[in-house]
Design a protein around this ligand. Structure first.
Ligand code: SF4
Length: 351
């Protein structure tokens, strides 16, 4: 039977340890196995923003593994297109973590790639990740302006090149994310909802869901996470496809949910009106995450009510106003690939 472990509380480091002690994860990891921790460091913002993984979670996993003789541990990640992973490691507290525990930080943007394939889709995947014996995924239970939810399955996108990330958006995100998890899937996931933005992957509206979820089935875990954010499987394209192609099970009714410290509390997710207004003004076609997210941020901060087109689908097309180099043939557009929030704000009328 598939099983998920749920911890309630606010101390992410302590809850991580409680989960690991309950699960005894070391039974699945050989003494000489290489272990890669895969946080979500999509942007260079501290975890208090609700955008990135709390380093206390990584620290708790490292300490737990070290105490049980599993010392071959690294941290692997690549931030989104337009953000330097090295900057994110530094700002998010991972340089200090690496120094303290003597673990390696692996920047996937600098890694060699290996072509993998599932059902005709070829994707270049990080060689280092593929060669790792055991991947522990450490995502947030977070909202996403395009896919609605980002958690375990989508966090694996940090193990491909920037070129592939752009292509994923051109392919509509859902199918490539699901297929990627057929090529490389986390062995275990601990997802954090103690400080997360339930509306936006770039953070800014941190919310305490007081929950962490752990399990080995990424689909099951994401189904639970989606439910917490007010969505069902059919609302989240990649989740539906991942269940259909057998990455895991979305059947929460047949799963065993183990509450390790208290009963799960219902979570009331409040939708952000400003975000919804901005999204209603944007027409996107295959827009990269950073590009889209920067535009949404700028629309919210300026209160713009202008219609904007964005994305790779608008290349070589004409139009009134676009965002990003993909819309360079428009009458007016914001330069950059992706353009910065500040540049978009200036263009929208805020100096
Ligand atoms: S301009 Fe934006 S949507 Fe186009 S490729 Fe660059 S980042 Fe992606």
């Amino acid at each position: 039977m598939c099983r998920l472990y749920v911890a309630n509380g606010q101390d992410a480091g302590q809850m991580t340890r409680q989960l690991l002690e309950q699960i005894e994860i070391e039974q699945y990891i050989g003494e000489n196995d290489s272990v890669a921790l895969k946080p979500n460091l999509v942007v260079a913002k501290t975890f208090q923003s609700g955008a990135t993984t709390n380093p206390d979670i990584c620290a708790a996993v490292i300490e737990y593994l070290f105490e049980r003789g599993r010392r071959n541990v690294s941290i692997i990640e690549s931030s989104w297109v337009g953000e330097g992973t090295a900057r994110a490691f530094k700002v998010c507290g991972y340089n200090d973590l690496a120094k303290k525990y003597g673990v390696e930080l692996v920047d996937v943007k600098k890694d060699d790639m290996v072509e993998c394939e599932y059902d005709g889709l070829k994707v270049d995947v990080s060689k280092r990740a593929l060669e790792t014996d055991y991947i522990i995924n450490l995502p947030l239970i977070k909202g996403h302006c395009q896919t609605k939810v980002t958690c375990a399955l989508k966090n694996m996108k940090g193990l491909i090149s920037d070129k592939e990330k752009r292509r994923f958006h051109a392919l509509g995100l859902s199918k490539p994310i699901a297929y990627l998890n057929k090529m490389i899937c986390a062995d275990f996931t601990i997802a954090d909802g103690t400080c997360t933005d339930t509306t936006f992957e770039e953070g800014g509206n941190p919310t305490a869901l007081n929950t962490m979820i752990a399990g080995s089935d990424s689909v099951l875990l994401d189904t639970y996470a989606a439910k917490m954010l007010g969505y069902c499987v059919s609302d989240v394209g990649y989740l539906k496809i991942a269940a259909e192609i057998g990455v895991g099970s979305s059947d929460l009714h047949s799963a065993q949910i183990v509450h390790i410290n208290s009963e799960q509390k219902n979570v009331q997710v409040v939708r952000n009106g400003e975000l919804e207004k901005a999204k209603a003004l944007i027409r996107q076609d295959s827009a990269c995450s950073a590009c889209y997210s920067n535009l949404v941020s700028a629309m919210i901060s300026t209160g713009a009510d202008k219609q904007v087109r964005i994305g790779q689908g608008f290349r070589e097309m004409t139009g009134e106003f676009g965002c990003g180099d993909c819309t360079k043939d428009f009458d007016d557009y914001v330069e950059g690939c992706p353009p910065s929030i500040e540049d978009i704000e200036k263009h929208l009328g805020k100096a």
